[in-house]
Design a protein around this ligand. Structure first.
Ligand SMILES: *[C@@H]1O[C@H](CO)[C@@H](O)[C@H](O)[C@H]1NC(C)=O
Ligand SMILES: *[C@@H]1O[C@H](CO)[C@@H](O)[C@H](O)[C@H]1NC(C)=O
Ligand SMILES: *[C@@H]1O[C@H](CO)[C@@H](O)[C@H](O)[C@H]1NC(C)=O
Length: 335
């Protein structure tokens, strides 16, 4: 039953981000350490896992691949030690596939991909950009930029690659990785994240959040003042115009129109994941205390537990069945 409860909560968390709608108190979900049981751990490290990326493009969710129901997902993650001042001492970027992790860039920091038919995954490193070569799981230098890059994200469809450099400047990368154009009005970004409509969210050292849309940069309103810690997460693919924003231990959704909402769930302070990969929604990877946990909700939905799950979730059954049977059940976002 614990397994069912964990999956249910994560699925609801995804739905909560998609439709936060005024939550009653009794609908509020608090994540505790119980949500990280050993049976879901797929990887254990000596270092913290500080970043997880699940490409939603054809590398993982190929609509033409008939063997698709055989889960063969490649995830990317970054390890680091955290020193007493909270600074990261990076320990490498890894690709994880079929139960095995391989370090592919010792100086890697972040990864990003589109959500379309491309199979390319872009990797950010201290000496520029790389792409991932799946057949031998290696990193291949991309373009000629040699900046020290700490963050990267890619638009959902087509071309559009953004990088955050170590000096906290955000650029759009052009010309196959050979030139970069600074984004106006995006100053002092500590982290960047795109939603699936290509709006770019970032926060500054004072932990205030902003969004850059086609119309310019605006503040996000309605968030708590003076938080200690904030973090942007890549959204589940069903959210179009917003991204999750963790403010201390409370998860908000911030939108491209500058508004914010409580998502309806939060974390016990000692149960805050160090990284979250919820973009595929039905298969999620969360890192906690140097381990990565896999929550394969899709397998549960397709498997024998479906009836049980339906009873458990009677009021959400329609939403969940739509998710499971929808063409997006391929998990790939298609506009
Ligand atoms: C998994 O993916 C890799 C590379 O994308 C491919 O070489 C391999 O054959 C796939 N395995 C299965 C079981 O589909
Ligand atoms: C996946 O892992 C299993 C068990 O370790 C192994 O037998 C199989 O060959 C692997 N498949 C691929 C595509 O690497
Ligand atoms: C802002 O966008 C969100 C998500 O699209 C929407 O729910 C909300 O009503 C919008 N608020 C305003 C004031 O436009």
């Amino acid at each position: 039953m614990m397994k069912l409860r964990v999956f249910t909560v994560l699925l609801l968390a995804g739905l909560a981000f998609a439709a936060p709608a005024s939550k009653d108190d009794d609908e509020k979900i608090t994540i505790t350490k119980e949500y990280f049981p050993d049976e879901f751990a797929i990887y254990e490290s000596k270092h913290e896992i500080v970043n997880i990326v699940i490409p939603l493009n054809s590398l993982n969710f190929d609509e033409d691949d008939s063997s698709e129901d055989e889960m063969n997902i490649t995830i990317f993650f970054v390890e680091a030690d955290i020193d007493t001042n909270g600074n990261r001492i990076y320990q490498g970027l890894y690709a994880f596939r079929n139960g095995t992790a391989k370090m592919i860039l010792e100086n890697g920091r972040d990864a990003a991909s589109s959500g379309d038919d491309s199979r390319t995954v872009y990797l950010a490193a201290t000496d520029g950009l790389y792409t991932y070569k799946a057949d031998d799981q290696t990193a291949v230098k991309y373009g000629s930029l040699d900046d020290s890059i700490i963050g990267i994200d890619h638009v959902a469809e087509g071309d559009g690659l953004y990088i955050l450099t170590k000096d906290h400047v955000v650029y759009e990368v052009k010309d196959n990785g050979n030139t970069k154009v600074k984004l106006d009005n995006v100053e002092n970004a500590q982290q960047i994240m795109l939603d699936y409509s290509d709006n770019l969210y970032f926060y500054t050292p004072d932990k205030k959040a902003y969004v850059r849309t086609a119309d310019g940069v605006i503040d996000i309103e309605g968030l708590p003042e003076n938080p200690k810690k904030v973090k942007l997460w890549k959204p589940p693919f069903i959210i179009e115009n917003g991204v999750p924003f963790l403010v201390d231990n409370v998860a908000y959704v911030i939108y491209s129109n500058g508004t914010s909402e409580l998502s309806g769930f939060d974390f016990k302070p000692k149960a805050i994941p160090s990284a979250v990969g919820m973009e595929a929604m039905l298969i999620q990877y969360h890192a906690y205390n140097k381990k990565i946990y896999e929550y394969n909700i899709l397998a549960l939905l397709l498997g024998e537990l479906l009836e049980e799950l339906k009873n458990f979730l009677s009021d959400k059954t329609n939403e969940i069945q739509n998710l499971a049977t929808n063409k997006r059940a391929s998990l790939r976002r298609k506009a």
